[in-house]
Every structure is written in C-alpha cells, then in structure tokens.
Design a protein around this ligand. Structure first.
Ligand SMILES: [Fe+2]
Ligand SMILES: [Fe+2]
Length: 356
C-alpha cells in the first residue's frame, strides 16, 4: 500500500490495494502459458469457474464469478421465494459466506475467445465477467442457455455476440468444439425470481432454457463440465455418446433437508458413468455452509476402485491452480509451485557454511 502514516489509511485505499488478492498474477501466468501439442491447460477460478487454454491458443472462460455471499446478518431472514426456501421451507438466512480469494483480476481479462455460462445462478452468471469480456475481448462470443443469454442482453451485451445453446448444439470457438448437453440441476428448476409465484401443482420450467452441461472438445482431450447438475442416470448416456477425458462436477456437504450439491458417492458414480479418466470436484471451495473435504472422495475411491475396476482417478485441486492434461492424469492432489528452484545457484551469505 505504501502508506507511511496511520492518518493516510482509509478503507478505500485498503480495498484498492488488497483486491483482488492475487492481483494480475494468474492473468499473467495464463497469458504466458504455452500449451504443449496434444494437451490442454486449465485453471480453477473458484466455484465452478475455469479458464481453458488450448495448444492452438484458444481461450475459453466458463462460469467465472466475482461476487461474494453474505457480508452482514441483516434481518436474519432469507429473500422470500429463494430456491432454498422453496426446497426446504426455511425462512432464516442461509449463512453462505465466500470462502476463497479472488485469484484473477476480472478487469484485466484479455484474449478471451468465448465466455460460456452453464446456468442462471448468480455464482455462475456474473455481470463483472460479462462487462470485462465484452469490453476487453471484442472477438469473444457469449454462449449459454436462453435465460443466461437474455440476462446478458439485459445487461447490455450486444445480442449479435450471444449464442443460445440447447442440448446437442455445437459451437466452434477457435480450436474448440463447445457442445451443450443436458443439465440435471434441479435447484435451478425452482429458482423463480417472483416471490409471489407459487410452484406447487405446476409443471416445472424447461431445464434446457436455463441450464446446460458443457463438453469442450480440444486437440488435447475433452472436458465435461457438469456445473451444478445433481446426480442423474443420464450421465451414463453422456458417457456412451461422448469421449470424456476430464470431468468437472460440483461437490459439497448438503445441510440436512437440503439436496443441492453432489456427494462423494455421487462424484464417483458420475465419473464411472461418464467413463471419464479423471474427475475433479469443484464448488466445495466457495460456500462456508456447504464446505466439504474432497479427501473423502479419494478415501472412497481407494475403498472401491479395485472391486469396481475404476478406470478413472480423482484429482483434488486448489483455487488458482493450473491443471494440464494428460501430463497430470495420474496425479491425485494439486500442489502450488513451491518456488526456490534456483537454490544454491548463487552464493549464499552466512556466517559459516555449516551454519544451516
Ligand atoms: Fe447453481
Ligand atoms: Fe453454484
């Protein structure tokens, strides 16, 4: 911050100097990355957000979110008609606080070829990301289901830059085929903005208008992004019809009475059904009240893999981390760069060599 006197310190200066916590570190890392032939690279941006970069230099950002959860206790009550109220009949405020840092500076996005958003929820569909991609990346397309696109247009994204996708639609973005597939996000189905609207006794809205799963086909392998889908037997159909190398899926610890995130058992069943080679849980990082330990997935995978002949590996990632496929195919856990690679390449300076 460079402040030298306590009287210079203000909240605004602290906010400006501190956020995003990682500054442009990750933006720079992504821009500098040269992806090997026959592979792809991706970074976890938090929640289900990823940045995908191909060998050919195509950059796709999906579900990047720059918001927070609760920041005050307020009146202690939930917004009327909230999806969790519809599911669980609750009225007390959900204590969902954001639990991870901001690892990308959203105002410094560049070279993005497409923004893909899976569904209408605000921790996936984000106005800051939309603004930055629209302004900084004139070539970028905006790809999502109908209601996501409607929201972008309402926010000022030019309609001609948007592409509505429904299951089995394909869009070519640079070197990547973006394939929309069915979503199984039953929480999204009861997310209705009008608090007075009653859902009891009515047919639900069309899932395909509000949510899709996405398959990215690249020259280095295919990524299946399940976003906020609940477990569904249809994963096996997607696995039969598509070659899936790496599957990403939401995971979290559901409070009793709430069915929203995939459990460890669901994650393993999904990876098996998709015939994926790697499964990566996401979303468990973001909400304090759905926090879950992904080591549970590894423990259960070890328990079941020999009997069920699992042909996939779980990978436990960290927000801000880079993943390369197939180079990291057999890794179980992510670790950040530990640095100090140049140790003893220069003269050290100690009282005597045997000091250490
Ligand atoms: Fe969602
Ligand atoms: Fe979500």
């Amino acid at each position: 911050m460079g402040l030298k006197n306590i009287n210079e310190v203000t909240k605004e200066k602290w906010l400006a100097a501190t956020f995003p916590e990682w500054g442009t570190w990750l933006n720079e890392e992504i821009a500098a990355k040269e992806v090997d032939e026959g592979s792809f690279a991706m970074w976890w941006l938090g929640c289900t957000g990823i940045w995908l970069k191909t060998h050919e230099g195509t950059n796709i950002v999906m579900d990047m979110w720059n918001g927070t959860g609760k920041q005050t206790h307020g009146n202690g009550k939930m917004k009327k008609g909230h999806q969790m109220q519809r599911i669980g009949g609750v009225s007390n405020m959900q204590p969902n606080l954001r639990n991870v840092p901001f690892v990308v500076d959203p105002f410094e996005l560049k070279d993005v070829d497409a923004l893909v958003v899976s569904h209408i929820h605000s921790d996936h569909l984000d106005i800051v990301t939309a603004s930055s991609v629209a302004k900084n990346c004139p070539q970028a397309k905006f790809i999502g289901p109908k209601e996501v696109v409607n929201t972008w247009i309402k926010w000022g994204v030019p309609e001609e830059r948007t592409i509505v996708v429904r299951p089995n639609d394909r869009v070519t973005v640079g070197s990547v085929e973006v394939v929309a597939l069915e979503s199984f996000d039953r929480t999204a189905l009861v997310t209705i903005n009008d608090p007075e609207e009653k859902l009891a006794g009515k047919m639900p809205i069309d899932m395909d208008d509000i949510a899709v799963n996405i398959l990215f086909e690249t020259s280095g392998g295919n990524i299946y992004h399940g976003a906020d889908s609940h477990y569904a037997v249809m994963f096996a159909k997607h696995g039969k019809e598509h070659d899936i190398d790496v599957a990403l899926i939401n995971y979290g610890e559901n409070p009793p009475g709430i069915q929203d995130k995939m459990t460890s058992v669901d994650v393993l069943r999904m990876a098996e059904a998709l015939q994926a080679k790697v499964v990566i849980p996401v979303h468990h990082d973001i909400w304090t009240n759905f926090m879950a330990d992904p080591e549970e997935i590894v423990t259960l995978w070890n328990f079941k893999k020999d009997r069920l002949q699992y042909a996939f590996t779980p990978f436990i990632w960290q927000v801000g981390g880079q993943y390369n496929y197939p180079q990291d195919k057999n890794k179980i856990r992510f670790m950040f760069d530990r640095g100090f690679h140049d140790v003893f390449e220069g003269e050290n300076d100690l009282p005597f060599p045997s000091f250490l």
